[in-house]
Each structure stands twice: as C-alpha cells, then as structure tokens.
Design a protein around this ligand. Structure first.
Ligand SMILES: Nc1ncnc2c1ncn2[C@@H]1O[C@H](COP(=O)(O)OP(=O)(O)O)[C@@H](O)[C@H]1O
Ligand SMILES: [Mg+2]
Length: 227
C-alpha cells in the first residue's frame, strides 16, 4: 500500500538576489514497509525534500499525501497534531532535551499523543539503552544519544520514520549500529527514509534515491543489500 505520494513538488529559497531551486518538480511514491536511502551531493536538496515530506517545511507548490492527507493543506495545530501522531523524525545532532532523562525524552511524544506506553520496555531494550534510562543526554556517547532519539521517534509507532544524516556525527562503528537498528525496525514493518552521505550505509537500504540540483536523477531497487 502506498503511504506517501508526492506530486509536482517545488521549493525555492531566496539567497540575496538569487533564487535557489531546492526541490525542482519532484514526483515520488513510497509504499508501506519501504527502507529508502536518499543520497546526493551537498546542497542538492536532500534535507529540503525530507523536511517537506515530514511536514517540517512547506513547499512553494505541489502536493504531499501521507496516507490520504495532503499535509501541504494542513495548518498550525492540525499539522502539529498530524506530525505527532504519524511522523517520526531524527536529526543529525539528536535534538534531545538536556534536562530530561533518556526515559523521559523517549516517552515525551507518547505523553503528548495520549498513546499508550506499552512499547517502551521492548523499545529501550532493542536500543540497548536499558541501563542508561535514567541518564541525562550529556552523560551519553553520540551513538547512545542518537539511539535515544530513535526511541523518541518510534515510541508513537509512526507511519514513517525520517532521518536526516542520522550518522553524520558518528564514527563508522556507531554509524553502522544505527543503520542496523533501522534494518531491524524495518524488518518489523517500520517504513524508513534516511538521508546519508555515506555510500556504504546507503547500500544497506532496499531502495536508493539519488538527488541532484533538486531533482531525482536515479531511483533504484537495491536487491543486494550489504548485510
Ligand atoms: N533556509 C534556507 N535559506 C536559503 N537557502 C537554503 C535554505 N535551506 C537550504 N537552502 C539552499 O537550498 C539548497 C538545498 O539545500 P539542502 O536541502 O539543505 O541540501 P542538502 O541537504 O542536499 O545538502 C542549497 O542550495 C541550500 O543552500
Ligand atoms: Mg542536508
């Protein structure tokens, strides 16, 4: 089943007197259960595309259907609620709340959405953070902080998990661990879309989309995932 459909997406930025086309007439369909890497040179529009798909940024024109809802038409609280309920997002620099423990950071979105917390124990164990649940983010390594951010993104059982360069700040060992966790959650049915600079990590995805100058220039099924 298709859960994301993007139609004629277009986004520009003004930089002084220049107009930058960050997303240039993009069309895309994504099915439930897909595991996608988005790659491309710096400045090619990967983050802009991902942010628009996740409702964190608005296009100039075009449509973004998540399930049957065109999120481009959602405003204010409606968009916030939709995002909280259906979308998980992971940033390069974790964006954890420094005064909350690992457990509190992970449970925070569930608290807002009134969903039950029953998945917490399974989640914290799968993230290998059970012994760290009462630590503050600053007392964790980068890899542990990112695993905590994954927990926070997954606690609400989102339709889609987005991640923008989730391993960009990690050494290769921890980077691999993060992508292996993605693989694990994808096997459980989680739809995942991540942006990466790292071709080795991209090859772990089942589909690789290459973006250049705001356009999708390649979209391949990766039959030989390197696991
Ligand atoms: N907030 C912004 N203001 C102005 N230009 C921006 C902004 N965000 C991104 N851009 C420009 O849009 C283009 C695409 O950026 P981005 O989506 O961040 O690319 P990537 O993630 O592939 O590095 C780049 O030329 C970038 O400079
Ligand atoms: Mg980027």
């Amino acid at each position: 089943m298709e859960i994301i459909k993007v139609k004629n997406l277009y986004k520009t930025y003004k930089q002084g007197s220049d107009k930058i086309i960050a997303v240039n007439n993009t069309n895309l369909k994504i099915k439930q259960g897909e595991f996608i890497a988005i790659v491309g040179p710096s400045g090619s529009g990967k983050s802009t595309l991902l942010h628009i798909l996740a409702g964190l940024d608005m296009p100039d024109s075009g449509e973004v259907y998540i399930n049957k809802t065109n999120i481009v038409n959602l405003k204010g609280d409606d968009l916030t609620l939709f995002r909280r309920k259906h979308i998980g997002f992971i940033f390069q620099f974790y964006n954890l709340l420094p005064f909350l423990t690992v457990k509190e950071n992970i449970l925070l979105p569930a608290f807002f959405t009134n969903k039950n917390y029953s998945s917490y124990n399974k989640l914290i164990n799968s993230l290998n953070l059970k012994d760290k649940e009462n630590y503050l983010p600053n007392d964790l390594s980068g890899g542990q902080q990112q695993r905590c951010a994954i927990g926070r993104a997954l606690i609400t059982n989102p339709l889609v998990l987005f991640a923008d360069e989730p391993t960009g700040n990690l050494d290769s060992h921890n980077a691999k661990k993060i992508i292996n966790l993605f693989k694990y959650y994808n096997k459980l049915g989680q739809t995942i879309i991540f942006v990466t600079h790292d071709n080795y990590l991209a090859k772990k995805a089942k589909r690789i989309i290459t973006v250049k100058d705001g356009k999708i220039v390649k979209d391949i099924k990766n039959v030989k995932t390197n696991f």
